[in-house]
Design a binder for this molecule. Structure first.
Ligand SMILES: [Zn+2]
Length: 315
């Protein structure tokens, strides 16, 4: 049995995970990211001990602990190099964790862990090669090659959201312009929805009714729900959004040819409303003909992907 921990900016989720990648039990607490990092790490270790004891297991029943964190991690040295939104900077996570519980600790980037989780027990189950993107505030990427995370020689790779798809396009948080993330993350869809609504001066679109006239209430779901009602503006927003998303997916498939390309994050809950139009667009743009084609799928593990992937880090 393994422990998988998803260390996020809002919550710390700890799960007891079996060899098949099934979450047997889990618990979560608020991260309260403004407190000292040593307190956050001690809380993770204590919660891991709690989950273990509550399920009738002893410390010795757990082989290791895996931790997925937002940012750049140095697994070989047990450190989180940089994770801005939780205040970790060159933090010796494994060493601090082992002050509470002396057990092997493995570290991974959260998007990489989500991809590893889906490859072990989710939409890409059984695949040797898979790529996953997470559409949330940003656009996270995880590349799995021969069942292992690929993150470059310095553990900082796999940042496929920062591939430029529009030269001199919208400014990105990373400092470049026109990154895929600025167009295809949930944040990108919200921005495109709001921009289109503000250009609709007569407010004919039902999007305006759905947000009760308040542009700040636009969410990643707004355009999907308005399109369900046949709203033309919403359909044109989604058409643009799908084209940006498909452009990046086709770029990645052309390079890696994974068996499965998984789409996760909040937007992926739209399921086939998202994936079906993408399949159509991507199939027109990929280079290969006459060989087996990459399957495009929505993620199936939801919020558990990070826990499952973290628990698989030591395999
Ligand atoms: Zn960027």
């Amino acid at each position: 049995m393994y422990i998988g921990i998803d260390l996020g900016g809002t919550n710390i989720a700890v799960g007891l995970v079996d060899k098949e990648g099934k979450v047997v039990a889990k618990k979560s607490i608020p991260t309260s990211a403004t407190r000292p990092v040593s307190d956050i790490i001690a809380d993770m270790a204590n919660l891991a001990l709690e989950v273990t004891a509550e399920n009738g297991l002893k410390k010795e029943d757990i082989e290791y602990v895996g931790i997925g964190a937002p940012g750049t991690v140095d697994n070989a040295n047990g450190r989180i190099v940089y994770a801005n939104n939780i205040g970790f900077k060159d933090t010796p996570v494994a060493e601090i964790f082992r002050k509470t519980w002396d057990i092997p600790v493995y570290l991974g980037n959260d998007a990489d862990c989500a991809a590893l989780g889906e490859a072990h027990a989710g939409a890409a189950h059984g695949c040797n090669n898979a790529i996953m993107i997470t559409l949330g505030t940003g656009l996270g990427g995880g590349i799995i090659i021969n069942k292992k995370i690929y993150s470059g020689f310095n553990s900082a790779g796999g940042e496929i959201g920062h591939m430029v798809i529009v030269r001199d396009g919208k400014a990105c948080t990373c400092g470049r312009r026109g990154c895929w993330e600025t167009y295809s993350s949930a944040t990108g869809l919200i921005r495109m929805t709001a921009e289109a609504m503000l250009a609709d001066h007569e407010r004919k679109s039902i999007l305006w009714q759905m947000v009760e006239g308040d542009i700040d209430k636009v969410s990643g779901k707004s355009a999907f729900r308005a399109a369900d009602e046949g709203d033309e503006l919403a359909k044109s927003i989604l058409k643009d959004y799908f084209e940006y998303l498909a452009c990046g997916i086709a770029n990645i498939i052309n390079i890696f040819q994974p068996e499965v390309f998984v789409i996760g994050g909040g937007i992926s809950k739209e399921g086939e409303k998202l994936v079906a139009p993408l399949r159509e667009l991507v199939s027109r743009e990929i280079y290969t003909r006459g060989v087996a084609q990459t399957q495009l799928k929505a993620a199936t593990l939801g919020n558990d992907a990070g826990i499952v992937g973290a628990a698989m880090l030591g395999l």
